[in-house]
Design a protein around this ligand. Sequence first.
Ligand code: SF4
Length: 449
Amino acid sequence: MENQQKAGKIGMVSLGCPKALVDSERILTQLKVEGYEVVPSYEMADIVVVNTCGFIDSAVQESLDAIGEALRENGKVIVTGCLGAKQDASGGNLIAGLHPKVLAVTGPHAADEVMQAVHTHLPRPHDPFVDLVPDHGVKLTPKHYAYLKISEGCNHRCSFCIIPSMRGDLVSRPIGEVMREAESLVKSGVKELLVVSQDTSAYGVDLKYRTDFVNGRPVKTRFAELVQELGELGVWVRLHYVYPYPHVDEVLGLMADNKVLPYLDVPFQHSHPDILKRMKRPASGEKNIERIAAWRKICPSLTIRSTFISGFPGETEEEFQHLKAFLEEAKLDRVGVFAYSPVEGATANQLPNPVEEAVREERRRQLMELQEGISFQCQKAKVGTRQKVIVDAVSGEGVLGRSMADAPEIDGHVHMPKPAKTWLRPKVGDIVTVKVSGHDAYDLFGDIV
Ligand code: SF4
């Protein structure tokens, strides 16, 4: 070992959505495969990689601040991620213009380019510790849950969104590859898989649902087949970013049969057909109230999470009231509302009759207030029931977990006291049964039984 070159040390700052997190994990995995050491501070690092987000203005600012901090504290910085793909007003690269000292800039989903930049500035160590890296790579999420990215990019062109211009059209991973990753994660102890993409229900469209092989069996690269296969792994499977297309009905039966979690994250964004048209939303012509009722008929325990935008350009009082009435009728379990924020480069900014900022905010407040009452009632209905709960943390004071209705980072928690009986005390990642005794609008309280 004497002749072995000292491993280069890399620091990583990861910002942005779960999809960006998966990109960071790919880069970290490759760094480890090649023998680089990943370190937790600017001082220890030879180079810092900053994975940025460019979705809304506050995320852009956070990313720019992170780059500035890394340059100040370390000096050698490689930038990747969505913001890296953005142009400035003169058509040059935004980051390179603002921070000329940055060593290299790449767009999202560019682990290879990031590695090339790392090699240029910090040569690859001589002896890669390939064997030390698990099959499924390095994960940034806690060990008991993991994001599973099934595709990249998007074929839609929603007028408020610039993701397709940064990440390109939909590119699905063949089902065999996705399932190999999922199986490897389960083998390593993951108890909950969170399926993410920009448009999960469109999975496989770009590949014309091509047949691939899962453990030697021919299986189509298609949404319903993927959910079916994941449902056989014996872990919690949670579906994010599903649009309300008719073919989504096919997986509701799997939810009713407890194969996958009865949970759908469906970003409706609005209810009024004219606004949805102006937003150029996928599935904008669907009758969503009827679709939700049909889903609940097949799977009564279904939890629906959604996000909405208030004050989209041209939103009239009548259209806003339509959205309020929709929320009242749909009684969605989990709702996030964002006041419209013009994203640089989004076509929605050119739409006539923009709504004043104060009105956008006030409408957001009203929707959140309305939803709080609805969420409170949904939670109240669970008091006295028994719920399966996955344990996220155990401390001296108690146990924190999530029910099937709670996705990590975005939904609520279940709070439990530490059981007096030692054999009932769980470990992180255990799935326990909890008798619910209390609630607020977002969280549940109860005892492990
Ligand atoms: S579906 Fe619309 S909001 Fe989502 S990534 Fe595609 S263009 Fe953007």
